[in-house]
Design a protein around this ligand. Structure first.
Ligand code: ARG
Length: 466
């Protein structure tokens, strides 16, 4: 980075900025990634200025051609960013004047960096949200495939990480899908509120030029101009919303990670994560570690931290723009990058999981996972649920002493606890009987899993067609 250029705001200053202050206040080292949207915004602004007669058509054309050239230069790596010029906006503007002459100085008419940066971040984040949503959809589709392949695979369901009731693996995968589907919804909600255009708000109060904000908004794909200039330049609630949606996505991925880590341990061995998504140990030759899942769990901490960072940045700020706002970018970019990469790597890992259905089945046979089914059976024989609960508790106690599952007991043994138990009890004590019986919308029965997958495929498909 070079440091020789003159600052566009130098007019009222007599002394040069302290070197340390220059380094402290610059943002170009991290906001240069806004160059593409910054140029889009400037081109739309120039077009609008020509439309309302503030610039001539040829001035606007020269500016647009100059900006396109700068865009190409940056893409080619032929652009030296200057810290003296503070940020991406002043770097590009200075280069514009350098290359097209004084007409370049007219671009900033009726505009401030305050509405410029607020516009840039919205444009950048809008793209990012669209990309992240597309990645999420891919992940959801890979989970739907896995759920469909394993729709009737039986595993133990847990509460308190203790075996609770048998569930189908497909049902478990569909729980993950539901979580991610709501994440998609949150992204789309925050995109809607984000998509209003600050340009025209200028520094804080609006501009004296006859701007056509609807025209600029249409050019930039915004739903319309922001209603209030003070609010438009100063609030970052759209960014807080995004950071919150990203944090929730990461919390979901972190919980999924935790399950993958537990399930892939030797003690569970419910699944195997593909070699391509694991790493080994430099000392223990036998090790195959679920690093992707662990890192995702770890990275969720960063993304949650980024949300808290922006909340804290905003909480004490009076209207309108304050320089504090410059601190919004790093947490925002980091969460966008981290969440996108995490979702992408998950979408790659899921289709390569090996599901060990026999191990899961045997695990579901332990821990008396069908005890509730026996209690429900007794209720159907007209025993009040509380009494049924007590009877089954006694049966479990006895089975535990002999080391058997309830379904291993003979009819005579079971009848010691209730004379109402008959031969049909074995239909409910098996794992298949247990999952099949929960055959209502939202239940774990394989039939319901398939129906739920069908509904989700439709919903996701419709969303893509939108
Ligand atoms: N780099 C600044 C930011 O990110 C741009 C806006 C600067 N505005 C100002 N009045 N100093 O917020």
């Amino acid at each position: 980075m070079t440091g020789k250029q003159e600052k566009p705001w130098k007019g009222r200053f007599t002394a040069a900025t302290d070197q340390l202050v220059e380094e402290y206040t610059e943002s170009v080292s991290f906001d240069q990634r806004l160059y593409d949207v910054d140029i889009q915004g400037s081109k739309a602004h120039a077009r609008m200025l020509a439309r309302v007669g503030v610039l001539t058509a040829s001035e606007s054309d020269a500016i647009i051609t100059g900006l396109d050239q700068i865009h190409d230069d940056i893409l080619r790596g032929d652009f030296s960013w200057s810290r003296t010029l503070e940020d991406v906006h002043m770097n590009i503007e200075a280069r514009l004047t350098e290359s097209i002459g004084d007409v370049g100085k007219k671009l900033h008419t009726g505009r401030s960096r305050n509405d410029q940066v607020a516009t840039d971040i919205r444009l950048y984040l809008r793209q990012g949200v669209d990309r992240l949503s597309a990645e999420l959809k891919t992940l959801i589709l890979s989970l739907l495939d896995l759920a469909e392949a394993e729709y009737d695979t039986i595993m133990p369901g847990f509460t308190h990480l203790q075996v609770a009731q048998p569930v189908t693996f497909g049902h478990h995968m569909m729980a993950w899908v539901e979580m991610l589907r709501r994440d998609l919804g949150r992204l789309s909600d925050c995109r809607g509120r984000m998509n209003v255009m600050p340009l025209g708000a200028a520094a804080l109060a609006g501009t004296t030029f006859p701007v056509d904000r609807h025209f600029t908004a249409t050019l930039l794909g915004f739903d319309g101009p922001a209603e209030n200039s003070l609010d438009a330049v100063s609030d970052r609630d759209f960014a807080m919303e995004f950071l919150s949606a990203a944090a929730i996505i990461m919390i979901h991925l972190s919980r999924m990670s935790e399950e993958l880590i537990i399930w892939s341990s030797a003690q569970f061995a419910f699944i195997e994560i593909s070699d391509t998504y694991c790493t080994g140990s430099s000392i223990m030759p036998q090790k195959k570690n679920p690093d992707v899942a662990e890192l995702t769990r770890g990275k969720s901490g960063r993304v949650i931290g980024n949300l808290v960072t922006l909340l804290m940045i905003m909480k004490g700020q009076p209207l309108a723009y304050n320089r504090d706002n410059q601190e919004d970018k790093e947490p925002l970019f980091d969460s966008l990058d981290t969440a996108t990469a995490s979702v992408r790597v998950f979408a790659g890992m899921i289709p390569q999981l090996t599901v060990k259905s026999e191990v899961m089945y045997q695990a579901a046979r332990q821990g008396f996972s069908t005890a509730t089914d026996l209690a429900d059976y007794l209720v159907r024989k007209n025993i009040p649920f509380r009494d049924a609960h007590e009877i089954v508790g006694k049966a479990v106690q006895a089975a535990e002493q002999t080391g058997h599952d309830l379904s291993d007991m003979s009819l005579d043994e079971l009848r010691q606890f209730s004379a109402d138990i008959e031969n049909d009890v074995f239909d409910v004590l098996t794992l298949e009987g247990s999952v099949n019986a929960r055959n209502h919308i939202g239940g774990t029965a394989p039939e319901q899993v398939l129906e739920s997958i069908g509904r989700m495929r439709k919903a996701i498909g419709n969303q893509q067609a939108e």
